[in-house]
Design a protein around this ligand. Structure first.
Ligand code: QAP
Ligand code: CO
Length: 173
């Protein structure tokens, strides 16, 4: 089932997501619905809060060399914690909750992630490049933070102006 993605400036996006404590069918259904929602919306990452569920769960599906997003390549990440973040890299980010807007954001270049899978089993992964960037972007959502909050004062002002105009024109609704 495709879920509705909430968009900026919806205040729920500012909520702090709570730890997942029960790894049950309800969580699995949420993850399935998030996958369908992300793929149908042409996204590579989605946090549960973006579909109005303030729990520490996110999914990522980085396209392969041919640009295909395979379900078996999807990462389901619950209660993540970043270890050993290193380096810096800049990437032009977007967000399904901020449609039509993209800006350069600086992130750590590599990191180790500790997390749980959908069954509650502990897992670890080493990430760099786009995966590392996507993890940091999605983990910001768990703290109620959007990438636009990482823009400089002037770029943020430019964003607010452009975004408000787009909303008025009802380009996205
Ligand atoms: C987060 O973002 C991300 O504005 C995932 O009209 C971004 O999937 C991770 C999207 C950059 C790593 C690097 C945005 C789709 C998708 C839009 C997305 C839009 C349609 C964003
Ligand atoms: Co986002």
């Amino acid at each position: 089932m495709k879920l509705q993605i909430i968009t900026y400036p919806d205040k729920l996006l500012k909520a702090h997501s709570k730890k997942v404590v029960t790894f049950d069918d309800q969580l699995h259904t949420l993850l399935e619905n998030m996958f369908e929602t992300m793929i149908e919306s042409n996204g590579i990452g989605l946090a549960a809060i973006q579909v109005s569920h303030p729990v520490r769960a996110l999914i990522l599906c980085i396209p392969d060399e041919e640009g295909n997003q395979l379900k078996e390549n999807t990462l389901e990440i619950i209660n993540p914690v970043i270890h050993n973040p290193q380096g810096a890299t800049i990437y032009q980010e977007g967000c399904l909750s901020v449609p039509g807007f993209y800006e350069d954001i600086e992130r750590f270049e590599s990191l180790t992630l500790h997390y749980h899978d959908r069954h509650g089993n502990e897992s670890t992964l080493e990430a760099n490049e786009l995966l590392a960037i996507a993890i940091q972007h999605e983990m910001d959502h768990l703290e109620g933070k959007l990438f636009i909050e990482r823009l400089s004062y002037n770029r943020r002002k430019k964003f607010e102006k452009e975004y408000k105009r787009a909303l008025k024109e009802k380009k996205y609704s």
